[in-house]
Write a protein that binds this ligand. Structure first.
Ligand code: FMN
Length: 355
């Protein structure tokens, strides 16, 4: 979770408890610095976070990058150089990713919101690189942050539910699995909240789940207490879909910033570097990188607070260990013989252990 919500603290705590702890690469740089300096400070901050997380755990660490970041390639190569073995790639179609990361020990995991995009990626990688994705994250419309759906699709969310998308994706990856003689685990994301939800998704063929919103209200989450409190306080009525300057819809908690924007207020905006290739700076009414950094730092009135559709259910703080233990307990209750369930058997498999 970016900006800076999931860094070394949260990622290491998740990895320590057997999940895949994911460090977000978004917006790590010094926002006040000039352009070239920003890129340099982004990489330095990423290397710092990876080293810090690694000093806290031997567990599995991943990075999340977004295709719309102007320094995405630099971030990926730096993360791999720092020893990261799982790269989760969202907000873009990573057709050239294997070219950038030829080392097949590094797991390349695109995030998709449709079977069609997964097919394009798999076909392109197979043809050009004789390689297939090591897993997919299938992110449905209930997720937090930027969403891979149009506003119209989000008005009819039930047509794009994980329950509908997952079988389509399982079907799509099958020929590639057969050709390469190995599975492509599907990790589902968006609205997964309890261990019962996890059990349900596993019973439908998912290999694991990626969770965001619930992990914000943890002691180890790297956001400010004000950010976490906004999650604890949010009601269902506070959750809105916004059109981000990146050109994608996003889900957020309605606050003063969003009220101002609804009323046509244009925020002061300076952009010394273009951190997002897709940002429409000429029409943007605020800087999304700054707005997300502000909320992370504690300005929950004028910052942008991304959240998932279950944020109103978040009602208390946990430690990461407590939360994962509770989820595992619920999962075991829901699935009487977990050894039989696909994706729970091998606790060393990266595909089963993401949070
Ligand atoms: C505060 C916040 C920030 C997020 N930032 C990112 C991001 O930078 N990149 C990304 O791929 N997904 C991002 N997401 C999506 C999560 O990684 C995850 O897939 C999603 O939130 C799962 O749904 P859930 O929140 O219902 O568990 C973000 C989600 C939240 C809540």
């Amino acid at each position: 979770m970016g900006v800076r919500v999931s860094m070394a603290g949260l990622a290491a705590a998740v990895a320590k408890r057997g999940g895949i702890g994911t460090i977000s690469c978004v917006g790590l740089g010094d926002l006040e610095s000039p352009w070239k300096e920003y890129e340099k400070s982004s990489i330095e901050a990423l290397e710092r976070e990876v080293t810090k997380a690694r000093s806290m755990t031997d567990g599995i660490l991943a990075v999340n990058v977004m295709g719309v970041l102007s320094n995405v390639e630099d971030l990926i190569t730096s993360a791999v150089r720092a020893g990261i073995l799982v790269v989760i790639f969202g907000a873009g179609i990573p057709t050239k990713l294997p070219d950038l990361v030829p080392d097949t020990n590094v797991n390349l995991v695109p995030i998709v919101s449709s079977a069609r995009v997964a097919e394009i990626i798999s076909r392109t990688w197979d043809r050009r690189f004789e390689r297939i994705p090591d897993a997919f994250v299938l992110e449905g419309p209930k997720a937090g942050g930027h969403l891979g759906f149009s506003l119209e699709q989000l008005d009819n969310m039930e047509d794009y539910s994980l329950e509908i998308l997952l079988p389509e994706l399982l079907e799509t990856v099958k020929p590639f699995e057969d050709k390469y003689g190995r599975g492509i685990p599907i990790i589902v994301a968006g609205g997964v909240y309890t261990g019962h939800d996890i059990a349900d998704m596993i019973s439908r063929g998912a290999a694991g789940v990626q969770m965001g919103t619930r992990f914000v209200a943890t002691e180890e989450c790297d956001a400010s207490m004000e950010f976490k409190q906004a999650f604890l306080d949010a009601t269902e009525e506070d959750i809105v879909i916004i059109k981000s300057p990146v050109g994608l819809p996003g889900r957020a908690i309605r606050n003063q910033l969003l009220i101002d924007l609804e009323e046509g207020v244009k925020k002061k905006l300076k952009c010394p570097y273009r951190c997002l290739t897709a940002c429409r700076i000429d029409t943007a009414r605020y800087c999304i990188a700054k707005a997300l950094t502000d909320s992370w730092a504690g300005d929950v009135d004028d910052g942008l607070i991304f959240c998932g559709s279950n944020v109103h259910r978040v009602d208390r703080m946990y430690t990461v260990a407590e939360l994962i233990d509770e989820l595992m307990q619920e999962l075991l209750e829901a699935e009487p013989d977990p050894a039989e369930a696909p994706g729970v058997t091998d606790m060393n498999s990266t595909s089963t252990r993401t949070a």
